[in-house]
Write a protein that binds this ligand. Structure first.
Ligand SMILES: [Zn+2]
Length: 415
């Protein structure tokens, strides 16, 4: 079926092979961040497939259904500087990059998908020149006004040529939580290659498939994340583009991330043991075989069935049920498990910007957490379940007054 703002690719994003097998079929959803204001509730939202394909050649897991990035990202609202844990993470990260790349005051650092410039600010404070690139217009404008010059563009070879003409080749290009967002990753990496010196580095950090798999983070799978990266398929990808992935780290950030350092193939930097060690861990977990993700899909579906039978039972006995948290990933969780308005009355949320809005597609109202004490729902399903512990501690009063939290994953529990 022809859908607006959508196309389906036919070849693997990393190796170009066409033998791709669908291993994990999630329920189609609208774009996960497309919260709806009251005045637009009468407009139906288009749902798009979230089918994860496994490449039989390089074993890379990916989506082939692509929503146009201009439609998805130009209105993007996620702002990275907002949580203090994030800010600390970027400070340490910037220090590591300065050391590895031998950055000196005056050197230019370019970041792709620089968002509000949180990380670039640490480079700037250390005396470097910085340039952000982020297609989200309003975020780019705000970052520029705040002293971090940010081009509101997609990172292409043409843009890289332009920057190189102006500044010469540079030592570092950084890409945080953006490599999984780019349909034409080859073009973005080629652009980085154009921009960096022979001895320069391309540093990226992405959500790590091994963590998604081990921690059941399937709800991080939505249209913005077209790739589920790990070292195994990335290593030959960079090699094909004349580069080498020479150091990798497993990080706690974003529920589990992979950080990688890449240089030109001809650079004399030594490949660290971490690269083959992480590849061995991925192979040991079974990620080189399509059956592993097929079994993962079955286990997710069992969790959903179990949760829904609990919730529909509670509902039929007359209990009220609310949700907690409306992050982008709750869209995947709610659609795939069937958590619609017939089960969830409303969602409480910490972020005041979301109050008064409705969830994408399902149109469940989002309200302030005050509702826990004013409306007193009997049960609250924690949709932002990766934050279950802090949420439960923050709302002891709710449970003391007889309310109960339901934690849906990784194991269903009532608290
Ligand atoms: Zn492939």
């Amino acid at each position: 079926m022809e859908q607006p703002h959508h196309h389906k690719r036919e070849a693997c994003r990393l190796c170009g092979a066409r033998n791709l097998e669908c291993v994990l079929e999630l329920t189609p959803t609208p774009p996960a961040n497309a919260m709806v204001p009251a005045k637009l509730l009468d407009q139906a939202q288009q749902c798009y497939p979230i089918d994860v394909y496994f490449c039989e050649s390089c074993h890379h897991a990916q989506l082939l259904d692509i929503i146009d990035p201009s439609y998805l990202f130009e209105e993007y609202v996620y702002v990275s500087g907002t949580s203090s844990a994030n800010v600390d993470h970027f400070r340490r990260y910037a220090d590591q990059v300065i050391g590895v790349a031998g950055l000196e005051p005056g050197d230019l650092v370019v970041e792709i998908g620089s968002n509000d410039g949180t990380m670039l600010r640490f480079f700037k404070d250390a005396g470097m020149q910085v340039l952000g690139i982020d297609p989200a217009q309003s975020i780019a404008e705000a970052a520029t006004a705040d002293g971090i010059e940010t081009l509101p563009e997609f990172f292409t070879p043409e843009l890289a040529e332009r920057i190189r003409r102006e500044h010469g080749p540079i030592k570092v290009v950084v890409a945080n939580n953006v490599c999984a967002h780019i349909d034409d990753l080859e073009s973005a990496v080629t652009a980085a290659r154009i921009l960096i010196k022979p001895a320069g580095v391309f540093v990226f950090q992405v959500s790590y498939l091994l963590d998604v798999y081990e921690k059941t983070l399937f709800d991080t799978m939505y249209h913005e994340h077209v790739d589920y990266h790990r070292v195994g398929p990335l290593q030959p990808f960079f090699e094909r583009l004349g580069m080498k992935l020479w150091d990798t780290y497993r990080m706690e950030a974003q529920g589990g991330s992979l950080r990688g350092y890449v240089s030109m193939a001809e650079s004399d930097v030594a490949v660290q043991p971490s690269v083959s060690e992480m590849m061995a861990q991925e192979a040991a977990a079974g990620l080189d075989a399509p059956t592993t993700l097929r079994n993962f899909a079955r286990s997710i579906n069992r969790s959903g069935t179990e949760l829904m039978s609990l919730l529909t039972g509670l509902k039929s006995r007359g209990h009220s049920i609310a949700g907690y948290g409306a992050p982008a990933k709750s869209t995947t969780l709610m659609y795939h498990f069937g958590l619609g308005p017939e089960v969830i009355d409303y969602i409480v949320e910490d972020n005041p910007l979301k109050h008064g809005m409705y969830t994408p597609g399902l149109h469940i109202p989002v309200v302030s957490t005050d509702a826990l004490y004013e409306k007193r729902p009997d049960y609250v399903v924690i949709l932002a379940w990766n934050f279950a512990e802090p949420i439960i501690s923050m709302h002891r009063k709710f449970t003391q007054q007889g309310g109960r939290f339901i934690v849906p994953l990784p194991l269903l529990g009532i608290r």
